[in-house]
Write a protein that binds this ligand. Structure first.
Ligand SMILES: Cc1ncc(COP(=O)(O)O)c(C=O)c1O
Length: 372
């Protein structure tokens, strides 16, 4: 049986904006041009403007966006790239895809994003770049990260896959470092109806190289100047993203308002830690992540009430078997490891009803014996 209150629900989204999506897709079908055309170009311009960035380059997915951003900046074999230990493994896989080596660094225990002090301590002569991840929708501590990066001449690649529209000191993510990567995986704050991604940057040379890399390394047709790949944003997805972009700010506002319902309703549950909202950042709540030592028990209890939850993520990326060869020991990133044991994502998406958030709050309060 499907859960009564799901973690996310894209059918509900389509029910609210179906006409706009159908119109957008039909426009592409009638035009009969499916890859690298006017929808993609228009979306790139609109996305760059939204992110307050000079340029956006549409690509096939968020992992490619990161890998191509690194490659466009000349990062590859022999280089080390610092990534937070708590993130989607795809952040690190992109580094590996570019031929470089990920170096896992601990996160701040409250913000869950890259800890600037741990980052600085991990820098060595092979370090070429850092990827701060704006995890769960909360911008990383970019002031410190950019300052340290400038001192050591490191490239700053934002992983903004979970933070579309979030702001740090008033500025949108996507233009806070040298280059940024977005995923438009369907469940993201701005999601395609399939895979899609984008790079944003203010660096014209890097942008030009990324455009070539995504399209076989071609400068002009059949002129393969560098070893590129195939990672293009298709016209159908670009049209869907353009239609949905018009709703992004109101959807983010709705996420924030549901998060504030959770904050209020769960405020006196002492055994539960709610998300921290740092004063320098505007959190867009891709996920509403609480923390408790009784995570497994609470998750099972909620499942029994028809409430679906998630764990983002059950282990640090340095603990993934795919990275066992790098030899990280347990305890090497203690904040990330502790979070991985305790975090729980509650249902949160723009079409979630207040009443449903109320039911989740009620269930959690009863679990902790805090029924009114
Ligand atoms: C933080 C983060 N980085 C990178 C990715 C990779 O994006 P994609 O799935 O579009 O390749 C994701 C999403 O899975 C993500 O959440």
């Amino acid at each position: 049986m499907p859960p009564t209150i799901p973690l996310g629900d894209l059918k509900r989204e389509y029910e609210t904006i179906g006409r706009e999506i159908d119109d957008a897709i039909e426009r592409v079908l009638h035009r009969g041009w499916f890859v690298l055309g006017e929808e993609g170009a228009a979306f790139e311009a609109e996305w760059a403007a939204y992110c307050e960035a000079a340029q956006a380059i549409g690509v096939g997915n968020g992992t490619d966006a990161l890998a191509l951003a690194l490659r466009a900046a000349g990062i590859g074999p022999g280089d080390e790239v610092i990534v937070p230990a708590l993130t989607a493994a795809f952040t690190a896989l992109a580094v590996s895809m570019a031929g470089a080596t990920p170096v896992f660094v601990d996160v701040d225990p409250r913000r869950y994003t890259l800890d600037p002090a741990a980052f600085e301590a991990a820098i060595n002569p092979r370090t070429a770049a850092v990827i701060p991840v704006h995890l769960y929708g909360c911008p990383a501590d970019m002031e410190a990260i950019v300052r340290i990066s400038r001192q050591h001449h490191l490239l700053v690649v934002e992983d903004a896959a979970q933070a579309h529209g979030a702001r740090y000191e008033g500025r949108r993510v996507g233009a806070l470092g040298d280059v940024a990567a977005f995923s438009f995986y369907p469940s993201k704050n701005l999601g395609a109806y399939g895979d899609a991604g984008a790079i944003t940057t203010g660096d014209a040379a890097l942008a030009e190289k990324a455009r070539m890399l995504r399209h076989g390394g071609q400068r002009g047709t059949y002129d393969h100047e560098i070893l590129g790949t195939n990672s293009r944003l298709d016209e159908v997805q670009a049209a869907v993203l353009r239609a949905k972009l018009r709703h992004l700010d109101s959807w983010n506002a709705r996420r924030q308002s549901l998060a504030s319902d959770y904050d209020t309703g769960l405020a006196d549950c002492e055994s539960l830690t709610r998300p921290w909202q740092p004063s320098d950042a505007e959190h867009v709540f891709h996920l509403y992540v609480v923390r408790t030592a009784r995570r497994g028990e609470l998750q099972r209890y909620l499942a029994g009430q028809g409430i679906q939850t998630g764990v983002h993520y059950p282990r640090g990326v340095h603990q993934q078997p795919a990275y066992a060869h790098l030899g990280y020991k347990e305890g090497s990133c203690p904040n990330a490891e502790a979070a991985a044991r305790q975090v729980l994502s509650l249902p949160l998406f723009p079409q979630l009803e207040r009443r449903e958030a109320g039911q989740v709050i009620h269930a959690i309060r009863s679990f902790f014996g805090q029924d009114e």
